[in-house]
Ligand binder design. Sequence first.
Ligand SMILES: [Zn+2]
Length: 137
Amino acid sequence: MHEWALAESVICSISDEIKKNKLSRISRVTVKIGELQQIDIEIFRFALENVLATYETTVDQECIILEKELSTLKCNVCENEWSFGENIKKMQADEAEAIHFIPEIAHTYMRCPVCGSPDFNIKKGRGVWIESIEGET
Ligand SMILES: [Zn+2]
């Protein structure tokens, strides 16, 4: 159910930004969703719509664009960079699912595809954030 909590905080941030920048007409809000963040886009959209209805804002549901950001993982041994999405097919479905829920355990299952080291950093692909808000003042 964390889609609902996220939707709440996203709408809350959007609403704050609008007030802070005194925007009147919002044309587009881009929300980025990291690949490693377990989000069901359909549920998230539904949650946004419902949370939005409880806020006094000028944002339309249609203006909110949800975009996925692919992950970037970097090996600390050979400095190879790769993306989780490329590796997911090689894993068992339940392992992939577990990583989506808890990015911290990615190291237990994943290895650098070049040198095989489990020592890598997650550089991109976590969290949900507001990329941009476009509107008129
Ligand atoms: Zn490596």
